[in-house]
Design a protein around this ligand. Structure first.
Ligand SMILES: *Cc1c(COP(=O)(O)O)cnc(C)c1O
Length: 487
């Protein structure tokens, strides 16, 4: 016994390092606070994109300890200053995320208290808060009270949960798989295709419905296709629409598609990961009409609510369908399973234990109120109009008037291959790095995308970015030997 106690005491001394005392906690917090302030203060002067890789072996775990200062330094140099700075307002590529500071306070509190918010039994408060956030979103999208939902790590997992529920609601399994039909468009986000493969639906029949000139799904073609599939003896099963596509920010005709889905008894899924929260603005509310007709819906608070990466959300109208795939019990869970308990997040998700994400969303909403979030969304809409006007003035071609805050442009050179020229132009833009843009392929044409969703993107960010693009245009012209300005 004495031996055992000595052993424990010896180990206790060593493991005590994992519980720093208050003095050290304050030292650590001060260092991280200083890092945070310097990081945010330097965002305006720092490049948004560094084409560089981390120093080899810099992240190696060895038995040698490092001081926190050293660790912060590595983070700053090797992570912060390599690749895209996702916190920068000059991030205008892909779909920018957020990163509002106050969300990090929620994360810190959730981490310090290590709240377990998977089951109501363990955390009636944490689960209550997450369920309130779900209810708040149900209200925004006019979903019924009985709908269930989950805070996920992002849009991909949120889509996975929704599509799994659709599969189980319609019992798509066995021989039924190859006769079932899913309707989508070539603008459907690639994470949907991943999710369908993960859940064993890669062999369903996929119908890619064509788009109109605004990249919105053609609903009359959708209707005809469903009818023709029915007459072929196939089983039309699900329509996947987008409310804010990645390429162009287009919103499919949600109301019309909803009516078609209802008339044919199809599951109606809407991926609104990027666009969903724009419904909060009166400027765009009308475009979302019909979103409430969907059976499941995905939004990404780490996009449209400007939160840091790591929070998506799914809403599903049919609790039974969700529970069929996600609710599972075990003997060791028996204490946690009370009749008439509130919805347990673990019953609406593949995850049992997860980060208590509710706090990073609830805290900022409570602290700031909803008004600044809506103002920020509207600011992004107007900034999109502003950059389009500036680029057009500067001689660029721009895509059609967008539904939301994603658009695109290209330069139309005389006598030189258009795609070649615009690829070169983007190369110069990437080399400059003061603002970041990405590209896509639309109707076989290489175009440069503009995606405005960072809460830090302001008028002057756009002014500077356009000046930079103009300089890069000159460089591209020189590169191709076009010296004089073109008509
Ligand atoms: C970003 C996005 C996704 C994927 O969401 P993640 O949060 O990146 O996993 C899905 N669909 C659309 C339309 C998106 O914009």
């Amino acid at each position: 016994m004495k031996n055992l106690i000595d052993q424990i005491k010896r180990l206790e001394t060593i493991s005590q390092a994992l519980e720093p005392d208050e003095i050290n906690r304050n030292i650590y917090l001060d260092q991280v606070k200083d890092f945070g302030n310097e990081f945010i203060n330097s965002l305006e002067s720092e490049k948004c994109f560094h084409q560089a890789s981390p120093t080899p072996n810099i992240f190696k775990i060895t038995s040698k300890k490092k001081k926190l200062g050293e660790i912060i330094d590595i983070y700053d140099k090797e992570i912060g200053k390599k690749g895209i700075n996702a916190a920068s307002g000059a991030h205008l590529g892909y779909i920018p995320g957020g990163g509002i500071f106050t969300a990090s306070l929620g994360d810190l509190m959730a981490d310090i208290s290590n709240e377990y918010a998977g089951m109501n039994f363990a955390s009636p408060g944490g689960v209550g808060m997450e369920n309130e956030l779900i209810d708040w979103m149900k209200g925004i999208f006019n979903y019924p009270n009985e709908a269930v939902g989950n805070l996920t790590s992002g849009g991909s997992i949120a889509n996975l949960i929704a599509l799994t529920s659709a599969r189980d609601a319609h019992q798509i399994k066995g021989d039924k798989i190859i006769k079932s039909v899913i309707y989508l468009s070539d603008q459907t986000h690639h994470c949907i295709h991943k999710a369908l493969r993960i859940i064993g639906l890669e062999d369903v029949v996929m119908r890619t419905i064509s788009l109109d000139s605004f990249s919105r799904m053609n609903s009359s073609e959708l209707k005809n296709q469903i009818e023709s599939d029915r007459s072929l003896g196939l089983h039309p099963f699900m329509i996947i629409a987008s409310a804010g596509t990645t390429d162009t920010g287009a919103i499919d005709p949600l109301e019309e598609i909803g009516k078609i889905a209802a008339a044919h008894d199809l599951w109606y899924h809407i991926d609104a990961a990027y666009g969903g929260f724009f419904i909060l603005s009166d400027l765009k509310k009308e475009r979302f009409k019909g979103i409430e007709r969907s059976d499941s819906l995905v939004v990404d608070p780490h996009k449209g609510l400007f939160l840091p990466y790591g929070i998506g959300a799914v809403l599903v109208k049919h609790k039974q369908a969700v529970f069929r795939s996600h609710h599972q019990t075990a003997h060791y869970m028996q204490d946690a399973l009370l009749e008439d308990s509130p919805i347990n997040p673990a019953d609406v998700s593949p995850e049992l234990t997860k980060h208590f994400r509710g706090m990073r969303m609830w805290l900022p909403l409570q602290l700031h109120g909803i008004t600044p979030f809506i103002a920020c969304l509207e600011e992004k809409i107007y900034l999109t109009g502003y950059i389009r006007a500036l680029l057009s003035e500067a001689g660029f071609q721009i895509g059609p008037e967008p539904d939301l805050s994603v658009s695109y442009f290209w330069y139309e050179p005389l006598h030189i291959d258009r795609d070649l020229f615009n690829k070169k132009l983007l190369e110069f833009i990437h080399k400059d790095g003061s603002a970041f843009f990405s590209s896509t392929q639309l109707n076989g044409k290489f175009v440069i995308r503009i995606a405005i969703l960072s809460f830090r993107t302001k008028l002057k960010t756009i002014d500077r970015a356009v000046e930079m693009i103009k300089e890069c245009l000159d460089k591209a012209k020189i590169h191709f030997g076009i010296s004089s300005p073109q008509a």
